[in-house]
Design a protein. Structure first.
Length: 440
């Protein structure tokens, strides 16, 4: 695409009167909307798909990353409420299983509906943001979004970018970084579900062991050419149903729809080869299994990271750093899904796993994109370096930072809309604690 044409939109409908507009209804966006609404703000979530929840629902990620540091839950408040509400409808789970807890995606959709709508926020589904307008002093005045109604303008005092790709902030002119030093991006994964699995023949340990240590045998046999590595996370979601977060798809850029389109086709083909390979190598569990669903959303781990008022670094992670303005804690390990070529070039990242009771803080400043006065960012695109993004990108910490972003947005919206000047981080932290957040 190397040509442009003029397109005069003329007048478009204005959907105004909102205190806070949240772009993106994934974990961060849901928590942000619920927190802002419970604080009294008039809140709208704009979500491009037909359900809330992002990767845990439309992405079919089959399990939560760990909520516990081995001693306590690190992600409490709204995050814990979402976890417990989802587990309550999965009777086969041990109530104490708060690490790598399987996800029933259909139940989780309803959990998020209840969370967001129950707090008083509104949701617009099947609507995707496609542009912004700014005033002369660093405020975003409206975001443009496309739906069956055509193009509309949505006006608010404060905007929260939970798109995962920092779309809103980037289009408004905020600086960002993207991927590694040469633009390389972490692998994508297209999650899927197998049904009619023989639960008596399936065990997580056995299946994961095969997928991680013996995957090369599937590739070497020549019958499953799309299976090229040992990435094979999986969870029993219910009777006879196993969810898979398995297989890498390389060179996918989620900001390029052509790239994503090709990857979705490859992902569906890869999922079918997984089914056939599992049926051959583990017939006791998978001989009668069928591919029940591939995810509507591709599993994207990395695109843009905003440059915020503070950039959280690997040194902070190693130091288990605390900050006076921290709005949540995080203890997930550094999990960067690099390509073999990138590793061969010498760009490797130590996984840096924490011990029991260890975590680091996430400063409020990481949610503040430079040059923008009334925009917050929450989710995988906050201001970090690349190794730390490999940790802060996962759903539990996105829920925690989303709750903080929503509280802060409501504070700012009740004043001038300035997410720096109008937000007292001591008051923000106190309010988060009152609502159950873990902030030691």
């Amino acid at each position: 695409m190397n040509r442009t044409i003029a397109w005069n939109l003329g007048e478009v409908p204005l959907n105004g009167g909102w205190d806070v507009v949240v772009a993106g209804g994934g974990p961060a966006g849901c928590a942000a909307a619920a927190a802002a609404a419970r604080a009294g703000a008039r809140v709208l979530v704009i979500e491009k798909t037909g359900a809330l929840g992002g990767m845990g629902t439309m992405g079919l990620v089959p399990a939560w990353c760990p909520f516990s540091d081995g001693i306590r839950l690190v992600y409490q408040g709204i995050a814990e409420k979402v976890l417990r509400a989802t587990m309550a409808g999965m009777p086969h789970l041990n109530p104490e299983q708060v690490n790598w807890t399987p996800i029933d995606p259909e139940r989780l959709k309803r959990v998020y509906d209840d969370l967001v709508l129950g707090a008083g926020a509104k949701v617009r589904f099947d609507t995707v943001i496609c542009g912004v307008a700014k005033d002369g002093v660093g405020n975003v005045s409206v975001v443009y979004a496309a739906s069956k109604r055509g193009i509309e303008a949505f006006e608010a005092k404060v905007f929260i970018d939970c798109t995962g790709d920092a779309d809103l902030a980037t289009w408004a002119g905020a600086p960002f970084e993207k991927g590694g030093p040469e633009g390389e991006l972490q692998a994508a994964t297209h999650c899927f579900m197998l049904a009619n699995v023989n639960s008596y023949g399936y065990s997580y340990e056995q299946t994961s062991g095969m997928l991680h240590s013996q995957m090369i045998k599937l590739a070497e046999c020549g019958r499953y050419p799309l299976i090229t590595d040992g990435h094979g996370c999986n969870s029993l979601l219910g009777p006879g149903v196993v969810g898979f977060n398995s297989g890498h798809i390389w060179n996918v850029d989620n900001t390029d729809p052509d790239s994503v389109s090709s990857a979705l086709v490859e992902g569906r083909r890869k999922a079918a080869q997984f089914r056939d390979g599992l049926a051959e190598f583990f017939p006791k569990a998978f001989a009668g299994a069928f591919l029940a669903q591939t995810a509507p959303l591709l599993g994207i781990r990395e695109t843009r990271r905003i440059v915020g008022d503070y950039v959280l670094t690997r040194d902070d992670y190693v130091a288990r750093a605390s900050f006076p303005d921290e709005i949540c804690r995080n203890n997930y390990y550094v999990d960067v899904h690099q390509s073999p070529a990138e590793k061969a070039a010498g760009r490797k990242y130590d996984s840096c796993r924490y011990g029991r009771g260890e975590s680091h803080g996430v400063p409020y400043r990481c949610l503040l994109p430079k040059s923008l006065r009334n925009v917050l960012v929450a989710g995988r695109s906050i201001s970090t370096d690349r190794p730390v993004q490999g940790s802060t990108r996962v759903m539990p910490v996105c829920l925690a930072m989303g709750e903080a972003a929503g509280e802060a947005a409501a504070m700012a919206a009740s004043a001038s809309g300035d997410v720096r000047a109008d937000v007292d981080t001591n008051a923000l932290r106190a309010s988060l604690r009152e609502h159950g957040a873990y902030l030691p």
